[in-house]
Design a protein around this ligand. Sequence first.
Ligand code: FUL
Length: 473
Amino acid sequence: MSKTPDYIKYAASVVPSERQLKWQEMEFYAFMHFGMNTFTDSEWGNGNEDPELFNPETLDCRQWAKLCQLTGMRGLILTAKHHDGFCLWQTEYTDHSVRSSKWKDGHGDVVAECAAACKEFGIKFGIYVSPWDRHEETYGQGEPYNEFFRNQLRELLTNYGDLFCVWFDGACGEGPNGRKQEYDWESYYSLIRELQPDATIHISGPDVRWCGNEAGVCRKSEWSVVPYYYSNQELIRAGSQSDISKPPKKINPTDLDLGSRKAIKNCNKLIWYPAEVDVSIRKGWFYHPSDDYTIKPLSKLMSIYYNSVGANAAFLLNIPPMPSGKINEKDIETLLSMGAQLEIDFNENLAEDSVMTDNRHLDKDHTGQHILNDDPESYWHSGDDPEGAELVLDLTDEFDIDKIVLGEHIRTGQQIEEFELFVQLGGKWKKLSEGTVIGYKRICRFKEVRARYFKLVIKKARCFATISKFEAY
Ligand code: FUL
């Protein structure tokens, strides 16, 4: 057994927080870009829009939440305030809000309606609040804006029930001659920790990492343990959009590998910073009638799902409601078929009542058989010699299988660096799939086989290997 280098021992010791563990289970959730831009047919407002324009006469947040639920989504994030500064809730700190609109004679509150609808349909609710604010006059003055922003945050964090996340955009289009605001990030974070301790802070925040593009593309290996450097606000801002007239940036090729041995070797601080893939179902983030024919087809959405949720990332899919306050029939149709497809694809886990054997395990409480129950805290542990460890799944009869879902027990860290998956056909093992990261979830897809035995081989791991999920569909 070769000696494990210290930097690998360190990487293996980095574990998720409780709130990150909870967030991992969200897997697939919606973004709702709705606000002033919906009424001006734009993507980035300039902050001078007349609040009177906001008038979603038939706002139906129940329709939004129900659709998310039927699509198999576990949450919804609403743009409570986008870059134009118009607030969808009854804020006390600016009159640039629903209060100054025609809608419900200024008494409406989209955040409240949306939070209530999510509760009713059993999905979690989160908020997007843009730090960049083109309307607010204190923006660029330092502390006065930081105070304003914290005050707005406090309202959102206290008046709308439990939030599963707060999404801070890195985008800023002020340009070199624009107003420059020094955000007091730490004070925003501590307020969130104080008022919503379970909420994860995304993108310009310490808990969930932006995958780096808006095209729905994930890295082949999406590591959860990465250099601390990637949570640097300046770096996130630089990678974010700064000019709406230009297409969104792609992943910088030098940032393709964030967490392999090579990528972390000379790094003295690592963090647990898992990826989220955000993409819009249409061309734009906000609703535009001219985008009605840009709705991504089911095949594209399913492929993004498999390449994000199935590759150790989360999938945040944007669905922009129309000025009426409802979601367009075309989006609904596509999303309902997506929900149905997910139901079909994961209809029955055929590994549930199976037998799992291993060629090594830490102790009698961590054998292969411990994977096959619903308890995520019950798992197989290889012991401290993970390389060459094998798990064999015996379905006890032959079934038609085209997907195996694997997951590490990430509470004890991300350990697996290379794996291979085999099926037994005609008495011989045939390779079906191979990869690097397993992490929280890895869905291995292959051409359907009729088989009884499947084998996972750990080719390389950090200090040990664990598996807490091994499902067959
Ligand atoms: C970007 C923003 O500029 C877009 O308008 C959108 O909100 C997207 C999710 O993030 O940075």
